[in-house]
Ligand binder design. Structure first.
Ligand SMILES: Nc1ncnc2c1ncn2[C@@H]1O[C@H](COP(=O)(O)OP(=O)(O)O)[C@@H](O)[C@H]1O
Ligand SMILES: [Mg+2]
Length: 293
């Protein structure tokens, strides 16, 4: 295992409990951390990259303890925070040079070569003389990944990198991550976007309200949602009733009424028939329904 997390809980100084008894084994390759806003994804990532010490628990990163061997952990880690920003004064290539120097690349000609190779890899070589602050959202994210990868880390932690990107840039960004992942590199990608996980990760965990709700593969998550999705055609009045009681996922006009998809443990009635789940249904099942009455 690349990363082993045992009994991890975290409280913020204001008493807010952000993580509760997390136990996770993360293998090498691409690992998806899926969860809604407030689930605790960023908290978990900040702890993993040693920016914050957890209230309780043990974490081992490639054989190093995050509490007692911070320096070693930092050396093998790359991190792209959720709210990554660039200083106004830096151009693209200058910024990456600066980031590379910070990781301890002291030989300037080797550093220059590494920087140019990385700019090629993320598709920013042509943009090397532009001010980083003026890049498009997708290009900024790619420069963010470049600074996280420049020292060839064994573990790469990226926090919600696809939020706010258009579909084309999201796909490009995900492919970039997949290319960087390998049997020797672990990439932990957090997201609230179901499609990011299904199209790039075979291993994943779902986090909600600070707890692990699911650990497995996207296919496994679908499997657990089988028999929990219902489809029915109803009138306006019935729709209003159903909407009060159930998680309605899809609403399409049908004749004078509606064609609905609902996620529920048992058939809601109204002539509902079982419907094959997709990952969006599974996401709703695990965040809103599974552990509730
Ligand atoms: N600095 C902080 N102080 C107090 N509470 C915080 C702080 N940062 C995050 N939280 C709370 O902890 C919970 C988890 O937040 P976070 O880890 O940012 O979730 P996510 O990244 O999944 O959106 C949320 O309820 C959030 O409001
Ligand atoms: Mg976050």
């Amino acid at each position: 295992m690349s990363i082993s997390i045992k009994g991890l809980s975290h409280y913020y100084p204001n008493g807010k409990r952000a993580l509760t008894d997390i136990n996770l084994e993360i293998p090498s390759g691409m690992f998806g951390l899926l969860g809604p806003n407030g689930a605790g994804k960023s908290t978990l990532m900040r702890i993993l990259v040693t920016l914050m010490e957890p209230t309780e628990g043990q974490i081992d990163v490639c054989g190093y303890d995050i509490r007692t061997q911070r320096k070693e952990v930092r050396r093998i880690l790359g991190y792209l925070p959720q709210d990554f920003r660039f200083f106004a004064k830096y151009k693209v290539r200058e910024f990456l040079e600066y980031a590379a120097a910070l990781t301890g690349m002291t030989n300037s000609s080797e550093r220059g070569k590494a920087v140019d190779a990385m700019l090629e890899q993320v598709g920013l070589y042509e943009a090397r003389d532009r001010y980083a602050q003026n890049l498009s959202g997708g290009m900024k994210r790619r420069l963010g990944i470049a600074q996280a990868l420049i020292h060839k880390p064994q573990i790469l932690v990226v926090d919600e990198p696809t939020t706010g990107l258009d579909p084309e840039e999201r796909i490009r960004f995900r492919n970039l991550l997949s290319e960087a992942s390998s049997k020797d590199t672990t990439i932990i990608l957090s997201t609230h976007i179901v499609g990011d996980i299904s199209s790039s990760c075979t291993e994943m965990a779902m986090l909600n309200q600070g707890q692990v709700m699911f650990r497995g593969s996207p296919a496994g998550m679908l499997k657990e949602t089988e028999g929990k999705v219902w489809r029915m055609q109803v009138t306006n009045e019935q729709y209003a009733e159903i909407n009060q009681k159930y998680a309605v996922i899809s609403t399409i006009p049908h004749g004078l009424g509606w064609d609905l998809q609902v996620v529920a443990k048992e058939s809601p009635g109204y002539g509902a028939v079982s419907y094959p789940p997709n990952l969006e249904h599974a996401y709703v099942y695990f965040t809103e329904i599974r552990d509730k009455e």
